[in-house]
Design a protein around this ligand. Structure first.
Ligand code: KG4
Ligand code: ZN
Length: 351
């Protein structure tokens, strides 16, 4: 089955074709992928402007579909089903992909399905060369979410803990902004941190003693105070060391907190596989720390290739295929959910 995946929940227009009959190939069934990032469009405003995001998705969807089909050497009529992101995300942005995908499926008389964006992230590591078996604990860390989930199978999710305020990615982005680094902050902080001393400044590890929930707003305030006390003008070479040290200390505090919570979740559930997914899971220092700490408790960490960690159409095509393959699909009504509880998703039997 050839599934067209459409991702438009925020500021990336991602399209991909997943072909279940080519799953054994080198590319794990991913026949073609295109991604257009709106980063430059929003850069002037210091964050994503929802209305501009929606308009840009509309502008890009048709040219990107044509480019995708050309890359895959396919015609529209070769597509067997369409999967689009139904939520969570910006409602206007979601509506563009959902309406485009649903209409295309109607015109081609093929099924369509709305996919949960975080389920897309969660299942992306199954597309790697070393896919995890069920059950596992998943750490979902993106720009909008930080969650620990016990995953028994597809659609069998129990939330073990989540952030009560900022998401981990959001905290990377806000710290980057305070350091005058461009959006998205995660990769830029990671790059700056490479040159710094992670132990230069002591930052809080919030809520370590309290269950599996997270809180990052205190960490953000601590970074703010650190910057105030240690001027970080990039043009002033004497301050450059402070700047890299703040980036490194922040990143260390963040990944240390995430790692400790993951270890706790594995111990609590008795599971020995951890899957990390979402934009922050692309962070190499987080991957290294998890590998190191999990080895001590005989557990392993699994993740997607970096391009499948951040938003993309492939994860939506793949998650959609899992559900279409279990005979799930949507009717003609197009509903989008800016907020959507993952535990309300139906399970996929025999997953
Ligand atoms: O999953 P994603 O692409 O979009 C959402 O669903 O939110 O995640 C984007 C987030 C941003 O906050 C970005 O700064 C962060 O992921 N991110 C990273 C890295 N790459 C992206 N954070 C830390 N290290 C990275 N290498
Ligand atoms: Zn995402």
């Amino acid at each position: 089955m050839k599934v067209l995946g459409l991702e438009t929940s925020c500021d990336e227009t991602g399209l991909a074709i997943f072909d279940s009959e080519q799953r054994d190939s080198d590319n794990q069934g991913l026949v073609a992928q295109v991604l257009y990032s709106q980063i430059e469009l929003h850069a002037t405003y210091g964050g994503v402007v929802p209305e501009l995001a929606s308009r840009d998705h509309i502008r890009k969807l048709i040219p990107l579909l044509n480019e995708l089909l050309q890359q895959a050497n396919l015609k529209k009529s070769d597509i067997d089903a369409v999967a689009f992101t139904r939520g969570p995300g910006l409602v206007g942005a979601l509506m563009t992909g959902a309406l485009f995908g649903r209409s295309l499926a109607y015109a081609l008389s093929i099924p369509a399905i709305g996919v949960h964006h975080m389920e897309g992230h969660l299942l992306a590591p199954l597309l790697s060369d070393n896919p995890p078996a069920f059950p596992f604990v998943a750490l979902l860390v993106s720009g909008g979410h930080t969650m620990l989930v016990a995953v028994k199978g597809i659609g069998q999710y129990e939330i073990l803990g989540e952030s009560i305020d900022d998401a981990a990615g959001e905290c990377f982005d806000k710290t980057a902004k305070m350091l005058n680094l461009p959006y998205p902050g995660g990769p830029n902080i990671a790059k700056l941190a490479e040159m710094g001393n992670p132990q230069a400044f002591e930052l809080p590890r919030p809520m370590l003693g309290r269950g599996l929930d997270f809180s990052f707003s205190g960490m953000k305030t601590a970074v703010h105070n650190l910057i105030k006390d240690n001027p970080t003008d990039i043009n002033n070479s004497s301050d450059t060391q402070n700047r890299v040290n703040i980036a490194a200390s922040f990143q260390f505090a963040m990944i240390d907190t995430l790692t400790k919570k993951c270890v706790k979740a594995l111990k609590q559930t008795g599971m020995n596989r951890l899957v990390i997914a979402g934009g922050v899971s692309a962070n190499q220092s987080l991957r290294q720390m998890l590998s190191h700490e999990l080895a001590k408790i005989n557990a392993s960490v699994y993740y997607a290739p970096p391009a499948l960690c951040t938003d993309n159409g492939a994860m939506i095509a793949f998650a959609g295929w899992q559900r279409l393959n279990a005979n799930q699909s949507d009717d003609l009504a197009v509903d989008c959910y800016p907020r959507w509880d993952m535990t309300s998703l139906p399970s996929v039997i025999n997953s």
